[in-house]
Design a protein around this ligand. Sequence first.
Ligand code: PLP
Length: 709
Amino acid sequence: MKYIDSDLYWGKVKVKDIAKLVGTPFYLYKYDVINRAFKKVDNAFEGIEHILCYALKANSNLFILKMISQWGYGAEVVSGGELLLALKGGFKPEKIVFSGSGKSETEIEYGIKNNILLFNAESWKEILIINKISKKYKKIQKILIRINPDINPETHRYTTTGLKGEKFGIEWKKVPEVLTKTKLLSNVKTVGIHIHLGSQIVKKEPFIMCANFIKKFIKTAESSGIKLKYINIGGGLGIDYENDFPISDKVSGKKEKALTAKEWADTFIYKNNWRDKILIIEPGRFVMAKGGIIVTKILYKKRSFGKIFYIVDAGMNDFIRPSLYNAYHNIMPLQKRGEKQINVDVVGPICESGDFFAKNRNLPVQKNGDLLAILSAGAYGRCFSSNYNSRLRIPEILIKNNKTAIIRHKESANELINNQPIETIWIDLKGKQTTKFLKNKNLSIPFGKFSATGNDFIIIDNRENILKGLNLKNLFSYICQRKTSAGADGVIVIEKGEKKYRVSFYNPDGSTAESCGNGLRALALFLMKHNTLFSEQIIESKDGIHEIKFQGNKPKVQMFIFKKSFKEKTLLIDNKKIKGYIINSGVPHFVILGKNTEDPKLMDTAKKIRFNSVFEPFGTNVDFIKKIKTDKIMIRTYERGVEAETLSCGTGAVAAYYIARKILKLKSPIKVITKGGELIISEEKGKIFLSGEVKEVYQGVFNLADIQF
Ligand code: PLP
């Protein structure tokens, strides 16, 4: 991070530019910072066989999980939800360990069914349940015994876990007895021990005590015939929050030296003869914290009883560490306004006095509307957030190779309401169950509805194969029906492609189309809103690979004209000669010049052309165009598959553009006026681009429970 001309940059990205695009507040992460932290820990332990199991609780964003699993690391989970995310995030089950002092039977079963490496068991009762469930699955489940060694990690009380008086693990004196009893169980096998002292530990001494404890423990256990293959030392390595910014010395004035990854590793490796063991390490904070910041805006600068407040738009619901642990986080302005500093409280909008990010902090003078970065917020940030005060949870953005991607969208207002039934079904607990539950969860299909200049689409993300086993022709022709379903001019399905995304277009009759210009525009917006990169997108469709650009949040999509298909053709329709031009712009079009585009009978003619034997067997789309200015034409389009006129057609506009250039000699760019709005076709370095208005209408879930497809 550095300032260039008073603007804060993270790498080569000006942080303010992202704020302009997504609004504030938001979490911002940096790929290479996270990657470097992981490598630091992994390399520190290179002298001993080990598995790095990332503690998901620090940050469980799915995109980030996918990054980490792709780097080859394992996962430490503490709930069914985290296990689900770990599996979805691509972690191999044989590298997943399951901890937690209160695992439910359902969660244990979920872990056993998914063949995870092991459970860190925390009580005798839990071991019995693991044994019972693994018996049901005819398995022998590996477990580690989590020990409470009664060591003070000298950290915050709320993140202390291995000290007498805390709920975690089995107290060390009782462990030998538990080990002996466990030997008698037929469906669990103790393969080691687990100790996690706590979190944000910055001193060496607690870890030295822990290493000595383990050494002694191994000796005692192995002398009574219990072989310990895995030694799980947990996580807990802290970071130096006060010196996490190159120029922060000036800001914080304080200095605290945190233990390094190498020093942490050395306390466990040095002098210990654990060569026959596999070490498990479960870092969370150390690998994630510095890779993330929060960007927030000063809503009001206010003075009260002499104190100055920066009231910002992020709250304790977005980032709870300062409120919960009195945690210190550096705060930097996104734009420097001179060197002058003032003493302020940085507070949020929540109705709690504990809603603060900094108290009595000397910070640069800022104005209303200025932006601040709260540093080292990558761990225990977004995943620890809530809807308190009914606020929507904030988005997450990632910088990778100086490009930026939304990796989680801002929550929508629907999410505040949707899981609370409008109509309540009362169930008589003494009587029969009155509700039918969905057996097949696949019958719930999430979708987005988009409108691009009056052309509306249902977009379904099928990269996880949620449409598997369904009759797509029937399903899509049902979905496209107005009045009885959502209704649309087409369905767009996103699949995993060779390059990035592959996309298929379906007509309302269930047939497929090669391409659809407005559909591509809608899709570009969907991808921007629901996942991925802002710029330099590519989308594969049947007609080729389309480049996608954004102007602000308006997409511009590359289109194709297959010039060889161009042909002048005169047809005989109702005994009248009609001259037009055949041109393929992804799909076939027949373009007729100079007709009165107000003529109400135009579409009757269009239908006859569409089914004319000349175009058999595939038929054609039909466009009527009229020049209205030197850079403007009007168009009406009859669409094959929809079998009616549509309010606008992207490929039709591109076909019209080609004819307007070739026959009417108009110059690029050309505005094409459709019934649904204005489209602009332009040529850039020999490539043709289509742009125009596009919007998300709503998101929904198809409930297909009572319909068979
Ligand atoms: N492992 C266990 C069992 C934990 O409870 C925790 C956090 O509390 C961690 C690992 C990760 O700790 P940290 O983020 O401090 O590395």
